[in-house]
Design a protein around this ligand. Structure first.
Ligand code: PEP
Length: 242
């Protein structure tokens, strides 16, 4: 799965150009592995364009608000995301953990909301540079994974994103990704959750680094931020898998 996380970027014209470009460059069998996560305001339009042009791309949201609040100004819940055409949702991205101080208790409610609305989850985990330097990566990641045990998810993928690699231009090295992914797979497999679909890597991936990362056995996909904004670069990453 190739996940394009546009973060807070995009416009209607960019969306149109991006979808047209991807359709022109990737055949339908390759489109099947592509997931576009634009800002929520573009989901509905993206869904209409995808159906109208018969594209084979899936859509996801970058965030979800939990159902546990009876009133939440500005909130968007799982049912709304579904009605906009979203099949997936990203939960636990480090930017939201850091900027909005999203803690495990809130992330658990978000996971429950996704589950209730049958949204497929991309659950992000990652260590800081300090954690890495202090050899705490394994411990930190295991801790972040614990809430997965507490909820029945239909389908979910873990996105391993070392915080120091996100948007920094510095990708983690192959041996490091391999070792960390093995550890995550062992840990999550021990929870015996049927919906577990594997581990994706994210952190400054572009078309020069993607092939090597995708050759790692435990890497089931890529979560791509900056490099997903240009359709050509995104497609080059997808094509590097062949
Ligand atoms: C991300 O958005 O999660 C991400 C990995 O961004 P970038 O590819 O820009 O590092």
């Amino acid at each position: 799965m190739f996940i394009a996380n546009w973060k807070m970027n995009g416009s209607q014209s960019m969306l149109l150009d991006w979808l047209k470009g991807v359709d022109k460059t990737l055949d339908k069998s390759l489109q099947k592995n592509c997931l576009l996560c634009p800002p929520v305001c573009f989901l509905s339009e993206a869904s209409n364009l995808i159906s109208k042009s018969n594209l084979n791309i899936s859509l996801g949201a970058q965030n979800i608000d939990p159902n546990c609040f009876s009133s939440l100004t500005g909130g968007i819940d799982g049912a709304m995301l579904k009605s906009f055409g979203s099949e997936f949702v990203i939960i636990g991205h480090s930017e939201r953990r850091e900027v909005f101080k999203e803690k495990d208790s809130l992330l658990l409610e978000k996971l429950k909301s996704a589950s209730k609305n049958e949204l497929k989850v991309i659950f992000c985990i990652g260590e800081s540079l300090k954690d890495k330097q202090e050899n705490q990566t394994e411990k930190v990641l295991k801790q972040q994974l614990q809430i997965i045990k507490k909820v029945d998810l239909n389908e979910f993928m873990i996105a391993y994103e070392p915080i120091w690699a996100i948007g920094s231009g510095e990708t983690a090295n192959i041996d490091y990704i391999d070792k960390v992914h093995r550890g995550i797979i062992d840990e999550v497999s021990s929870y015996q959750k049927e919906g577990f679909k594997g581990v994706s890597y994210g952190g400054s991936v572009d078309s020069t680094s993607s092939k090597d990362i995708l050759s790692i056995k435990g890497v089931k996909g890529l979560l791509i931020g900056g490099a997903s904004l240009q359709y050509q670069e995104f497609c080059n990453i997808v094509l590097s898998n062949h």
